[in-house]
Design a protein around this ligand. Sequence first.
Ligand SMILES: N[C@@H](CCC(=O)N[C@@H](CS)C(=O)NCC(=O)O)C(=O)O
Length: 111
Amino acid sequence: MSEKTSERIKAIVEGADIILFMKGVPAAPQCGFSAAVVKVLDGFGVTYDSVNVLADPFIREGLKEYSNWPTFPQLYVKGEFVGGCDIVREMAASGEFAKLLADNGIEKVGA
Ligand SMILES: N[C@@H](CCC(=O)N[C@@H](CS)C(=O)NCC(=O)O)C(=O)O
């Protein structure tokens, strides 16, 4: 990936405290794996941005290389890659995800 491409993706990734690269949008996910991560985030009551990779082939292919992760969804918190559906669900179940949010000073909406 060119440095320019990498910089562009970095700016998107770091553009929100929590950003979910998914198929579809949170209100209408177009893949069960993406829907599962939306459910986790909504369950934690946090605000997040999302990018519909189906609408953006540049992001869809570039992000795989940037994160070294071949599939979607991909969740980033404060610019750091967290994981896909399996990892996020496991972290939510173990309490690790709540700790990650707390460590990054991310609170529930209205908290
Ligand atoms: N085990 C994966 C499942 C995700 C997955 O297999 N995603 C596929 C199908 S939605 C994917 O993104 N394939 C690459 C692509 O469509 O560009 C996870 O934990 O996130």
